[in-house]
Design a protein. Structure first.
Length: 55
């Protein structure tokens, strides 16, 4: 899979209290696929504990 660059726009992420970027559901949907990293706002339903994704 060739990964394309997705431009960051308002609402794509927020900063956590620790200063990390946390990508929102909006960004994940714009990206178009699940990275299987267990992202907090994953709209694709990936569960890192079971390594499965909801269909």
């Amino acid at each position: 899979m060739i990964k394309k660059r997705i431009p960051i726009e308002d609402g794509d992420y927020y900063l956590t209290p620790d200063g990390y970027r946390c990508f929102t559901e909006q960004y994940h949907l714009k990206r178009g696929y699940c990275c299987e990293s267990g992202c907090r706002h994953c709209p694709y339903g990936f569960d890192k504990k079971t390594n499965t994704q909801k269909k």
